[in-house]
Design a protein. Structure first.
Length: 376
């Protein structure tokens, strides 16, 4: 069962509130199956019409029969591609590339938004991807206007980053608490405002944390799609050490992140929704093939612009990747710096992936029986 970006058909016997019915071969069948997916309800557009969708205010009802026909638009949910994975895995570049698609807005690490909003929650020297402070940036001031105020933008940031305490470090996915409905409503409103301001149909969220992805999934408030981005631990370590991080802490939290991503992947795929594994190494070797596969996953047409990543108004991410002047996706050409002894030992102890494997074998096992190996 996959989400359809195009059509929403009602199954036989369902209330006749569905606003748009289209029959385009296999898409009609796919869309009918989507009705059972709580994260796919309410998205409607013609298969050939890529004009932006009007997003009315969110409604988190689970009972479609409650909704009278004149309020059917209130079922629409913001459409989001959530990137699972770990930091230093290439998500900044991937988001920047996808953001060049005319129907996609790249939000970056939106879970950190409150630290970017000038005011009590601001942490210097954070700025928008356009290098302006958020209260000067035309995009984010527009988003804030849609939400009510810049202060509201920061408050929304708090709402989408619930305090998780020790649960953040648990080797399992934290179950949502009573906060979930309010959190989901604020999150959906923020996504919707970012989509409307960008005139886009899909938002890319590269926050990566499995817990956030899990809560988004459980909320049912978002038309949610996932990809799982992986990178060889050796290169993650090299990048983290360059940024002054400890090798052992990096390797342990990387393994935890792999385990959590595998768990959410298993849960989502058990519900019939595919989670493509995307290898950073493969992305840099053949960006056209990998980006094309991701666009296919979210059912958007290919556009050449995605081969030229740009930061736009992204939140967070690696400064050098955003502003280093590279506008192509390619493997790094410079010589690899040797890892310090401690990092090499850490790698030997904690990396159970073979040479060239983009993901640990245990993570694949964790994702459940029948889980396909990463293909991209
Ligand atoms: Zn900006």
């Amino acid at each position: 069962m996959r989400c359809s970006a195009f059509v929403q058909l009602r199954p036989e016997g369902a209330p006749s509130f569905a606003p748009s019915i289209s029959h385009h071969g296999g898409q009609a069948t796919r869309a009918r199956r989507n009705f059972d997916n709580p994260n796919c309800r309410g998205y409607t557009a013609s298969p050939t019409d890529w004009s932006p969708i009007a997003h009315p205010r969110p409604r988190l009802t689970s009972s479609v029969s409650e909704v009278p026909p004149d309020q059917q638009g209130s079922l629409l949910k913001p459409r989001v591609l959530y990137v699972l994975g770990y930091g230093r895995s290439g998500s900044t570049m991937l988001g920047m590339a996808l953001g060049q698609h005319s129907h996609i807005v790249n939000l970056g690490e939106i879970s950190a938004l409150r630290r970017f909003v000038p005011g009590p929650t601001y942490r210097a020297p954070r700025a928008c991807g356009c290098l302006l402070q958020l209260d000067q940036c035309p995009y984010w001031t527009g988003v804030a206007r849609r939400l009510g105020s810049l202060e509201k933008l920061a408050r929304t940031g708090i709402a989408i980053s619930p305090t998780m305490g020790w649960r953040r470090y648990a080797p399992w996915l934290p179950e949502p608490s009573d906060e979930l409905p309010q959190w989901a409503e604020a999150t959906a409103a923020l996504y919707r405002a970012t989509l409307d301001e960008a005139n886009a149909a899909l938002a890319v969220d590269t926050s990566k944390g499995a817990a956030r992805g899990w809560w988004l999934w459980k909320s049912g408030a978002i038309d949610l799609h996932f990809i799982w981005l992986t990178r060889r631990l050796e290169d993650v370590l090299r990048s983290q050490i360059r940024h002054g991080q400890s090798a052992i802490k990096t390797a342990l939290s990387w393994r935890l992140a792999q385990r959590q991503a595998a768990q959410i992947t298993r849960q989502v795929e058990n519900a019939g929704v595919r989670v493509p594994r995307i290898s950073y190494e493969r992305l840099t070797e053949d960006p056209r093939a990998v980006l094309s596969r991701i666009l296919e996953h979210v059912e958007l047409p290919w556009q050449e612009d995605v081969l030229t990543p740009r930061p736009d108004h992204v939140i967070g991410g690696d400064h050098a990747v955003k502003h280093g002047g590279r506008h192509v996706i390619e493997p790094s050409s410079g010589p690899r710096s040797p890892l310090p002894l401690r990092a090499r030992l850490t790698l030997k102890l904690l990396d159970d992936s073979g040479p060239g494997e983009p993901i640990s074998r245990s993570s694949i096992r964790d994702a459940g029986p029948g889980t396909p190996p990463p293909t991209l």
